[in-house]
Ligand binder design. Structure first.
Ligand SMILES: [Zn+2]
Ligand SMILES: [Zn+2]
Length: 289
């Protein structure tokens, strides 16, 4: 079992420092839950190095209200140092802790080349690809009222369409190895009556770019109350030969490795007995355990 999606910091303003003690505590919690290896995958958007090259991307959105909400949300969570984060995780790995160096890479429409240049300067083991916003609408951000209200003025099919288009661009960019929470667009529970065409596109995007898909218990903590991906999408990934990782997407210690048994059961429904682990962005197959 793996927990290949872990954050050190919650989504709120506050100190954003990585410490060896915290990484060690996460490893201990994961090991106690039967996890063999974890990946630390902090959000790229929290680091000052990202701010320097990407700040202002939200101004591409025609809605000043959404752009200013994104500017606020971005600023609130900013301030971490990518060099320090990398150093701490590598030190933990060098000490023999079962941890690899990762990052959760957001989708920046039309700017993935800038992201690729920034990431190339670091020795990442695994990079997650995530679509957290459509334009500058942070559709999964439930603590920003302007973002939550926006759900009422959009058609579900249009949201899924824009989300999937962003996911396709992200997959094709080469900036990531794993599609994180692949059907995050269902987070609030809004889903097209027949989501098949979007599921087909998501599975096709992963298969075409040689990406793994993450099976995550985070959705169980969200309004939708369902793991990512949905059973029908999971089956499509499996049919397309897309390998899997497992993840909790924890932002604090007591969520690490959460509900791993349910993820194992889900994977059993598609006959999956292995996972994909990574080192130096090179995949290897490991037993699901
Ligand atoms: Zn995410
Ligand atoms: Zn995450």
């Amino acid at each position: 079992m793996l927990d290949y999606h872990l954050h050190l910091w919650e989504h709120r303003p506050g100190p954003v420092e990585a410490t060896l003690e915290q990484v060690a505590a996460y490893c201990e919690g994961a090991t106690a839950a039967g996890v063999e290896e974890v990946a630390l995958t902090e959000h790229l958007s929290r680091f000052v190095q990202a701010d320097r090259v990407l700040k202002g991307w939200w101004d591409d959105d025609p809605s000043p209200a959404l752009a200013s909400a994104m500017e606020r949300a971005w600023g609130d969570e900013q301030g971490a140092d990518l060099d320090e984060y990398v150093e701490v995780v590598l030190a933990a790995r060098a000490e023999g802790l079962p941890v690899v160096l990762g990052l959760e890479v957001d989708h920046y429409a039309g700017r993935m080349d800038v992201v690729g240049e920034l990431l190339a300067g670091y020795p990442f083991d695994v990079l997650l690809g995530s679509v957290h916003w459509v334009g500058s609408w942070g559709f999964d951000n439930t603590s920003e009222p302007a973002f939550v209200a926006e759900w009422d003025s959009r058609r579900t099919e249009a949201v899924w369409d824009a989300y999937t288009e962003a996911l396709e661009e992200l997959a094709a960019s080469g900036a990531c190895d794993v599609l994180a929470h692949p059907d995050l667009c269902k987070i609030m529970g809004a889903r097209p009556g027949v989501p098949d065409e979007w599921y087909d596109r998501m599975a096709e995007a992963a298969a075409r770019s040689g990406l793994a898909a993450e099976v995550s218990s985070a959705g169980l903590r969200k309004p939708v109350g369902e793991a990512y991906p949905a059973p029908d999408l999971l089956a499509r990934f499996a049919a397309a030969g897309v390998p899997f990782t497992t993840a909790s997407d924890a932002h604090r210690l007591d969520h690490v490795a959460e509900r791993g048994d349910e993820l194992r059961e889900l994977l059993a429904t598609v006959g999956c007995t292995t996972l994909q682990a990574y080192r130096d962005r090179t995949p290897r197959t490991v037993p699901l355990g």
